[in-house]
Design a protein around this ligand. Structure first.
Ligand code: SF4
Ligand code: FES
Length: 254
């Protein structure tokens, strides 16, 4: 089989694709294939990784035109067509690259973020939007003598959002981030909702108002790509729909 990898040494000016062949052994991941590329063909190829266990979120890239974690995606499954994920279209996945999906795995950098080199993108914008929603716990009570007890009934819903590993796959898959680059994006909005529903928080609806702006809750068009690509099944669309409902209710009550 072949792996076709995006290469960029000069800020898109001299981009190209390099193709190399390897044995698709059972269990070989795209990240493993990139290591083989680096060790056997070209040690100048650049890519991000850390945990190699779908925990740190650093290895998200566009694989066969779908944002995925390279450490969790097995090359054999891609060639069998087992990992097909239909997405609402946006320019990065529609770009016409010559690529035989039955014989080759196509690996490109995560869309919507500037490429630094090869498969490494500058994730700064994603984290700027994340910081905008003030992702810190603001408790209602002063520091208790013992631990702050959690309402067990709230945990299942909270866990949907705390599972996020900040990989930015959703950000790279969202057609709105393409047309409105200032849109806060699915991960930041899902995290903001996570604080809103935390019963230990003091701010309640005030939290939601942080994103009560045209490029916040109201810019989503419910394409659903974010949920389809999320490696942790975080549901940003549910958070966005519920936040809008709460804000509309708050408006009616005034
Ligand atoms: S919501 Fe999912 S896809 Fe988006 S950053 Fe979090 S883990 Fe990654
Ligand atoms: S290397 Fe950590 S999530 Fe892939």
């Amino acid at each position: 089989m072949k792996i076709k990898v995006y290469r960029d040494h000069d800020g898109m000016k001299n981009s190209r694709y390099d193709t190399f062949e390897l044995e698709p052994k059972p269990g070989l991941t795209v990240l493993g294939a990139l290591f083989q590329f680096q060790q056997n063909f070209d040690d100048s190829i650049a890519f991000h990784y850390s945990c190699r266990g779908a925990v740190c979120g650093t290895c998200a890239m566009l694989i066969n035109k779908v944002p995925r974690l390279a450490c969790r995606t097995q090359v054999a499954s891609l060639l069998n067509g087992d990992l097909k994920i239909p997405l609402s279209p946006y320019p990065a996945i529609e770009e016409n690259v010559e690529w035989d999906s039955k014989e080759e795995v196509l690996v490109e950098p995560l869309p919507h973020l500037p490429v630094i080199k090869d498969l490494i993108v500058d994730i700064g914008k994603f984290f700027d939007y994340y910081k905008d929603i003030e992702p810190v716990f603001k408790p209602a009570d002063s520091t208790p003598e013992k631990e702050r007890l959690m309402d067990p009934g709230s945990i299942p819903e909270l866990e949907l959002y705390t599972n996020c590993i900040l990989c930015a796959a959703c950000f790279g898959s969202c057609p709105i981030d393409d047309s409105d680059p200032e849109y806060l994006g699915p991960a930041a909005l899902a995290k903001l909702y996570r604080f809103y529903i935390d019963p230990r928080e003091e701010n309640g609806i005030e939290r939601l108002k942080i994103a009560d702006i045209p490029l916040g809750w109201w810019d989503c068009k419910f394409h659903g790509n974010c949920r389809r690509v999320c490696p942790k099944d975080v549901p940003p669309l549910i958070a966005i729909a519920k936040a809008r409902e709460q804000l509309e209710k708050e408006g009616e009550d005034l």
